[in-house]
Design a protein around this ligand. Structure first.
Ligand code: SAM
Length: 250
């Protein structure tokens, strides 16, 4: 899996050299290349933006510069026939990013090129042009219903969420089982560690009982309760056929 990230603030992406993603890219489980969009400008000032056609506040990032930059990434030979190449464009006007989408990208894509917008965003023809190209899939995605100053934070989120699902990136794949937003369609239950007593708060006794069946049931109940409280939309989306009587009571 290869990630190519384009930004006018490439140093923002330095965090990808840290922790598990950094180790995975050093070890070769994934490839990450960060590019400075200004390398594809042609003027002395390395200008990437211009005023909006039709008027209005702010500046829009130019299609001609993005086109040259993105073509350079899509021209890279990935060493396999018909690779699945994604152009991911962060935008608050995009489709919500989800664990399901990240799982699909981790399993079934070969290259994710991320175009980090700034200012009022990227000229709309960039997404339209690449969507019309057979070898590229365009995915305009949003991190949530709020507006950031640029796409770099969204790029970091996408790379981390996808990379941790690529085999070999997380040392113990068991830790990916039973997570929030996994196949159970629930938020994860609360987790605890030692010390068992802290500031007058004890770990729920059932967790130290050694009774694996009761621990599993407690965790399922807590996951259901937490999800019902915080994300009723996820409860509404559960398959009723897969719920037992205890699930309903929780
Ligand atoms: N004018 C745009 C609009 O209202 O839809 C907002 C532009 S925003 C100030 C600049 C850049 O930040 C966007 O091009 C995008 O790359 C990024 N961005 C902002 N909010 C985001 C979000 N919720 N999800 C993903 N990217 C976001």
């Amino acid at each position: 899996m290869r990630f190519d990230i384009f930004s006018v603030f490439p140093a923002y992406l330095n965090a990808l050299q840290l922790s598990l993603v950094g180790k995975a890219s050093e070890g070769g489980a994934i490839d990450i290349a960060v590019h400075d969009l200004r390398d594809w400008t042609e003027d002395r000032h390395r200008t990437v933006d211009d005023t909006p056609v039709g008027g209005g506040a702010g500046m829009v990032m130019r299609a001609d510069i993005w086109g040259r930059a993105l073509d350079s990434a899509f021209d890279i030979d990935l060493g396999r026939e018909n690779p699945r190449r994604i152009l991911a464009i962060p935008t608050p006007a995009g489709y919500p990013l989800s664990q399901e989408i990240c799982t699909d990208l981790a399993r079934n894509s070969d290259q994710i090129v991320i175009a980090c917008g700034r200012y009022e965003g990227i000229d709309g023809r960039v997404a339209e042009h690449y969507a019309s190209r057979e070898e590229v899939e365009v995915f305009e995605f949003s991190l949530g219903d709020y507006v950031l100053n640029g796409g770099e934070v969204a790029a970091l989120a996408l790379v981390e969420a996808v990379a941790r699902l690529v085999p070999g990136v997380i040392g113990n794949p068991e830790s990916l089982v039973e997570e929030s937003h996994g196949s159970a369609g629930l938020l994860e239950y609360p987790t605890y560690t030692r010390p068992l007593d802290w500031r007058g708060e004890s770990v729920p006794q059932i967790l130290t009982s050694g009774d694996h069946g009761r621990v599993a049931r407690w965790r399922r109940d807590e996951a259901l309760r937490r999800t019902a409280l915080r994300r009723p939309d996820m409860i509404a989306a559960l398959d009723a056929q897969k719920l037992d009587r205890r699930d309903r009571a929780a």
